[in-house]
Design a binder for this molecule. Structure first.
Ligand code: UTP
Length: 289
């Protein structure tokens, strides 16, 4: 099963990051010096994806601008001897074949994926949520893709979360498979109360989906807030297709909230050679007051 395309939905309102998201797309907020969106595009490229479709909305034009070449900036940096920076600017615009589709209204994640139907066509594809940042190589997308290819069907990334916060997550009901960390999905439940949660495996933003998901999403009724949920669409898909859940290896950071992004920035800062020492000194001095 060859998977060539990735859909990255980036058309949400980012309300948990207001007021900054009044004018700056959440997906361009940085971990250190790189936007979250760049980390997930790099993860897609590492997984062998050739074609990246980003779903954006009106008012988020700076997302497309980020991937455009900036020859005048590159020349200026080269003239002043900032060669590494010039290379970095060029690297971003050469990173992948990126195209854009517009979601006219933020009607939910499922609706955002549906917006990419024509761009994806009749082939399996991956979905990567840019505010779920995962720091591992091979990347979570590669890991889930391997499971999907092994079984020849859909797959989603999951992680165990403490039971007392399970009501904040999409959760899977599963049965064990013959492989480690891997389960066959029986059902998906959005934000269940602890007593009703079928497991503590929460859905993380990496999916491999067959093109049949589009018909399922077209038949998915909007939920309470008028949004079409991807989990409901996958629930319909389960009636005719197998989907596996894989407990990926790596740490997930919740880049959808200010505190999650701060934590990611600190941990990535500690892991990077050029910043580790300075970040450690900063943390020590904050801790000792
Ligand atoms: P989130 O629910 O985390 O993002 O959706 P949000 O809606 O922008 O943020 P809050 O909840 O208001 O703070 C996960 C991903 O799906 C995209 C978002 O841009 C984000 O990358 N999304 C969500 C869409 O593209 N369209 C939508 O209608 C909803």
């Amino acid at each position: 099963m060859k998977v060539r395309k990735a859909v990255i939905p980036a058309a949400g309102l980012g309300t948990r990051f207001l007021p900054v998201t009044k004018s700056v797309p959440k997906e361009l907020l940085p971990i250190l010096d790189r936007p979250m969106l760049q980390y997930v595009v790099e993860e897609a490229v590492e997984a062998g994806i050739e074609d990246i479709i980003i779903v954006t909305s009106r008012g988020k034009e700076s997302i497309a601008a980020y991937f455009q070449p900036r020859p005048e900036l590159e020349s200026r940096l080269l003239e002043t001897g900032a060669i590494e920076m010039a290379q970095m600017v060029k690297y971003v615009s050469n990173l992948a074949d990126v195209s854009f589709v517009i979601q006219e209204e933020p009607l939910g994640l499922g609706h955002a994926i549906l917006t990419a139907m024509e761009a994806v066509g009749n082939e399996p594809f991956v979905v990567i949520l840019p505010d779920d940042i995962i720091d591992y190589r091979p990347g979570a997308t590669s890991q889930v893709l391997k499971i999907a290819q092994g079984y020849g069907c859909g797959a989603i990334a999951v992680e165990q979360v403490p039971w007392d916060i399970i009501h904040n997550y999409g959760v899977v009901a599963v049965e064990k498979s013959d492989q480690a960390r891997t389960y066959r999905v029986r059902q998906l439940v959005e934000k269940p109360p602890m007593a009703e949660a079928p497991s503590n495996l929460s859905i993380v933003g990496r999916y491999v989906l067959p093109p049949d998901i589009f018909e399922c999403l077209q038949n998915t009724p909007p939920g309470a807030k008028g949004e079409i949920q991807l989990t409901d669409g996958i629930g319909l898909l389960l009636e005719s297709r197998d989907v596996y859940a894989y407990e990926f290896v790596g740490t997930r950071y919740d880049g959808g909230t200010p505190l999650g992004l701060l934590r990611a920035s600190l941990e990535f800062g500690l892991a990077r050679n050029d910043t580790a020492q300075a970040v450690q000194t900063l943390i020590n001095s904050l801790a000792t007051g």
